[in-house]
Design a binder for this molecule. Structure first.
Ligand SMILES: Cc1ncc(COP(=O)(O)O)c(C=O)c1O
Length: 477
């Protein structure tokens, strides 16, 4: 693409992005389409001859954009809602243009050093002590896998050479509310499904530490080796926060690696009054925090902090001749910290975000999300027909339509239909989960453009959907 052509389309794309972000709230959050619609509208093979960029961009606007669920929409409340902020988008754009591959220092000196700097800035913002070394991965799933690989390295030092065959069985513990990525990591690490133990949680969906201790003791007595304990700070279903101090005591007593999955909840620690919620996480061996969840950084960006980085490196470092370099003893080779050799320049967008908002700006925005969550919580609590299912600590509200006189299974189905009605309306988007075996709706507040009116809108849509599903006598009067 000649420079003048690039300039023209880069300006066009920048204008389109600006307009898109400015008017996004007027679009439906969820597309009006069926699976296969977009595929059906596109040719089955790439063009034989190059096409003009105008046509490609036109198809992007006319075909791709209408088929999007808009995660950057202020009324997107599904999963954990996120933001690609302006500075984050600019960082991503520039990283794409630079196209450096941060395998070793020499392949990308700036990306390597900026990753050191941003990881350290973020560590300080989070209030973590300076023994933690940070590295950026694509997702929390990768970060937790790598952390648990390091834990396995400690539990089975001999396995590095000879594999796990013939070793005593090992186990990784997490609460029954932990994210599925932990169990996936256990499977990937060759510990098998039996290598994962879901520890019961209490009435507020936090790990029951007595049950954890009992599980570890039972396993040790039976010759099963505890490999790691995973505490979650901000579980996926309810944003509950495990009692990390008490869990750290157990990990310390039995000499087991402690990993904290703070993929969602971690950024709350930047807010001074929230820091006590995460107390104890500073005692972990490894921690994952996702800037792409609640820190305004475009997906993907996951920070893995490790207090034993040499163990992480031992688990992953293989340096063939073609990747050796003069500087390898002086500077980090980021390829040594995980499976992938190639690494995008993810630190750039995070550096832009941290600089643009500053600590104060981040604190203000996270606080606002928590305030909005409490506003919604108050509306739900004021209603006779709805219940708030889990305590609201962060930006997530879990709610269930539960008027009296309807059986629990019918209510489960009704809640799902209510959610579908809201999502199909295009006015807001939310997702569901199961808590205590019952269907629960989740409204996750985490987008920078979400204002009180969007929260009021999702609540109005929920109430309207509930009335449509369950007309009551009063509604006809
Ligand atoms: C607590 C928790 N951990 C891990 C993950 C996985 O995150 P990722 O998509 O970055 O792998 C999620 C996703 O929502 C999560 O809520």
């Amino acid at each position: 693409m000649p420079p003048e052509e690039f300039r023209r389309f880069a300006h066009e794309a920048a204008d389109w992005i600006t307009e898109y972000l400015a008017t996004l709230e007027h679009r439906p959050v969820f597309p009006d389409m069926r699976p296969g619609d977009l595929e059906g509208a596109l040719p089955g093979h790439a063009p034989e001859h190059g096409e003009p960029m105008e046509r490609v961009l036109e198809d992007f606007r006319e075909l791709v954009v209408p088929a999007l669920t808009h995660w950057n929409h202020p009324a997107f409340f599904g999963y954990y809602s996120i933001t690609a902020s302006g500075p984050g988008i600019l960082g991503e754009l520039l990283a794409a243009a630079l196209n450096v591959n941060a395998m070793v220092w020499r392949s990308a000196p700036a990306a390597t050093e900026l990753e050191d700097v941003t990881m350290d800035w973020l560590r300080i913002l989070l209030g973590l002590p300076d023994g933690f070394e940070g590295v950026i991965n694509d997702t929390a799933s990768s970060s937790s896998l790598y952390a648990l690989a390091a834990a396995r390295e400690v539990a089975y030092p001999e396995a590095h050479a000879s594999g796990l065959f013939g070793s005593a069985p090992g186990r990784i513990y997490a609460s029954d509310q932990a994210h599925s990525s932990i169990e996936k990591a256990v499977l990937t690490l060759g510990l098998g499904q039996d290598g994962y133990r879901a520890v019961a949680s209490d009435a507020e969906f936090r790990m029951d530490v007595d049950a954890l201790r009992q599980a570890v003791e039972e396993d040790m007595a039976a010759g099963v080796k505890p490999v790691a304990i995973v505490a979650t700070a901000g579980t996926t279903s309810s944003a509950s926060i495990d009692p990390t101090t008490a869990i750290a005591d157990v990990a310390e007593e039995f000499g087991v690696w402690l990993h904290v999955d703070a993929a969602y909840g971690g950024p709350a620690s930047i807010v001074p009054e929230c820091r006590p919620l995460l107390a104890g996480w500073e005692r972990a061996d490894s921690i994952v925090v996702n800037p792409h969840k609640w820190l305004f950084t475009p997906i993907d960006c996951s920070a893995l902090y490790c207090r034993r980085p040499e163990t992480l490196v031992r688990a992953f470092s293989i340096v063939p001749e073609y990747l050796t370099s003069r500087e390898q003893s002086e500077a980090r080779s980021l390829m040594d910290y995980g499976v992938s050799l190639g690494r995008r320049f993810r630190a750039l967008k995070l550096w832009f975000v941290l600089r643009y908002f500053g600590r104060e700006g981040i604190v203000e925005r996270i606080r606002e999300h928590m305030r909005l969550a409490r506003v919604l919580e108050a509306s739900v609590r004021a209603s006779e027909s709805w219940v708030v299912v889990a305590p609201v600590h962060l930006g997530l509200v879990t709610l269930r339509y539960a008027p009296s006189g309807i059986g629990v299974e019918d209510l489960d189905a009704m809640n799902l239909r209510i959610m579908e009605r809201v999502n199909q309306s295009g006015g807001a988007f939310l997702t569901h989960t199961a808590l205590d075996g019952r269907t629960v709706l989740r409204v996750a507040i985490g987008n920078l453009k979400t204002r009180e009116e969007h929260v009021a809108r999702v609540w109005r849509l929920l109430e309207e959907a509930a009335r449509a599903e369950h007309p009551r006598v009063a509604d006809f009067e």
